[in-house]
Ligand binder design. Structure first.
Ligand SMILES: NC(=O)c1ccc[n+]([C@@H]2O[C@H](COP(=O)([O-])OP(=O)(O)OC[C@H]3O[C@@H](n4cnc5c(N)ncnc54)[C@H](O)[C@@H]3O)[C@@H](O)[C@H]2O)c1
Length: 456
């Protein structure tokens, strides 16, 4: 094998990206390492630690050939020519910048470990999403090693979306690689370009300076979240005016300057990235004294919180202002379809609010029940969990769609209706069901962004 790659952090990004590189580049040896022993053990089985359609096939194509998982981080660093760092960069929960800034402690620990262990030159690639200018800090730590070895820092942010990670990695809209524009920086940049060039067309591999690459990832997530908040704000207006947000989104999205994607109104966006990356953007803007810019992006988050709380308030109001002891089934807990990830899922907020109102909450999800239990923490003790939606709905006053799992469209809704308390409510937090059909069966239906269909 011509080169050795290490990836520190075997999570939703490190695992799939490295599996794809290993599958497409048999000439590279790829070592994925993590401090989390259970996670590494799961990557070695067919029961992977994350659910992602098509991922097992990619992993199996390369595992034990040129793709290896281990907890021996030092050996992986020592052996590697190129080190991708894909550790988590959550929002800081303490001290200065709490609730806004990125918590870079995991990132810095890795940088220090690399310095301590490395005995030969390395290219260190920022794969995690980081505040703009992090490469400078990284360089400062790495160069503190003196002349013992040399490091080049590259920014290669990841744009995959959970649920479609394999397709996104196979056919990326673009791969972004930022470096210092020095001879050494450009040489290192080319080495990373060479990896992706094994399967990504040249015109989709974009290079830039390192700061643009770091910032582009934050901005891409901010723009995506902004579209969701924009259409969600309009959904509230539609409910007041008898316009339909689906019809408005279709008409607006057909404008080629706007485009149709990311215009589905919903209970709100979730996932580990949008909120944290916008908070991070806001914090960075404020630290540069750009308060108006910070307020602008904060609005995207405020709208998302409004949408989540509006959804729960509507549930309570329509269910005759009390849900005490009423069984309510949440269909889906993952933050989106085709993933087991529940981080920042609107379902967490909704479940907690319903519990505060003393409802009996039942959660069903085809893939995310283990994570749902973890995310609900102490509250999980008061929640029932089942992977069978029919069982979840039995005896319930209401079903609330929290995740756009395809299977919910094709359920036997007549059977569900027959098994529920009456009046039977459906709150469609993802606007995926045929509302007229459900209404015809006897349900009272509450979509997002169009008038309710009520039998009372
Ligand atoms: N999840 C996504 O869809 C997505 C998409 C693009 C970018 N990102 C970014 O990628 C980064 C990673 O995200 P993720 O979702 O994969 O996170 P994750 O929490 O799933 O994985 C991070 C892994 O890093 C490991 N880790 C932490 N500190 C370590 C250390 N010192 N040594 C070794 N391993 C260590 C953790 O144990 C964990 O398994 C974040 O910055 C995120 O913003 C995520």
């Amino acid at each position: 094998m011509t080169k050795c790659i290490a990836c520190i952090g075997a999570g939703y990004v490190g695992g799939p990206t490295m599996a794809m590189i290993a599958m497409k580049c048999p000439q590279y040896k790829v070592h994925v390492v993590d401090v989390n022993e259970a996670r590494i053990a799961a990557w070695k089985t067919d029961d992977l630690p994350i659910y992602e359609p098509g991922l097992l096939e990619v992993v199996k194509a390369a595992r034990d050939r040129n793709l290896f998982f281990s907890t021996d981080i030092d050996s992986a660093i020592r052996e590697a020519d190129i080190i991708f760092v894909s550790v988590n960069t959550p929002t800081k929960t303490f001290g200065d910048g709490a609730g806004r800034a990125a918590d870079l402690q995991y990132w810095e620990k890795v940088a220090r470990q690399i310095v301590r262990v490395a005995t030969s030159p390395k290219i260190v690639v920022e794969k995690s999403t980081l505040p703009v200018k992090t490469a400078q800090t990284m360089e400062a730590i790495l160069n503190a090693a003196g002349d013992r070895t040399s490091f080049e820092v590259i920014s290669n942010p990841e744009f995959l979306a959970e649920g479609t990670a394999v397709q996104d990695l196979l056919h990326p809209d673009r791969v972004l690689i930022g470096s210092r524009e020095t001879p050494a920086g450009l040489k290192a940049r080319q080495e990373i370009v060479d990896i992706y060039a094994n399967w990504v067309p040249a015109e989709k591999i974009v290079t830039s300076n390192v700061w643009s690459a770091e910032l582009s990832k934050l901005v891409a997530n901010a723009f995506l979240a902004q579209r969701i908040s924009s259409i969600n704000s309009i959904s509230a207006l539609c409910e007041k005016t008898e316009a339909s947000v689906r019809e408005v989104a279709r008409a607006v999205g057909m404008d080629s300057r706007v485009g149709p994607r990311f215009l589905n109104a919903s209970v709100g966006f979730g996932g580990s990235c949008f909120k944290k990356d916008i908070l991070n953007l806001v914090y960075i803007c404020e630290s540069y004294g750009l308060h108006e810019v910070a307020r602008y992006w904060e609005g995207v988050l405020a709208m998302n919180e409004y949408q989540e709380s509006r959804f729960v308030k509507a549930m309570i109001r329509y269910m005759f202002n009390t849900i005490v002891d009423k069984r309510i089934a949440l269909f889906g807990f993952a933050f989106k379809a085709d993933t087991s990830d529940t981080r920042q899922s609107p379902a967490i907020f909704v479940a907690r609010k319903l519990l505060d109102e003393r409802a009996q909450v039942v959660v069903t999800d085809p893939r995310a029940l283990d994570n749902a239990r973890l995310d609900l923490g102490d509250a999980a003790a008061g929640v029932q969990f089942t992977d069978d939606p029919y069982q979840a709905a039995r005896g319930a006053h209401a079903v609330a769609i929290m995740t756009e799992w395809e299977l919910y469209r094709s359920l036997d809704w007549e059977r569900i209706y027959a098994s529920m308390e009456k009046p039977a409510f459906v709150f469609d937090g993802r606007n995926i069901l045929d509302h007229q059909k459900l209404f015809g069966m006897g349900f009272s239906v509450f979509p997002i962004g169009s008038p309710p269909l009520k039998h009372f």
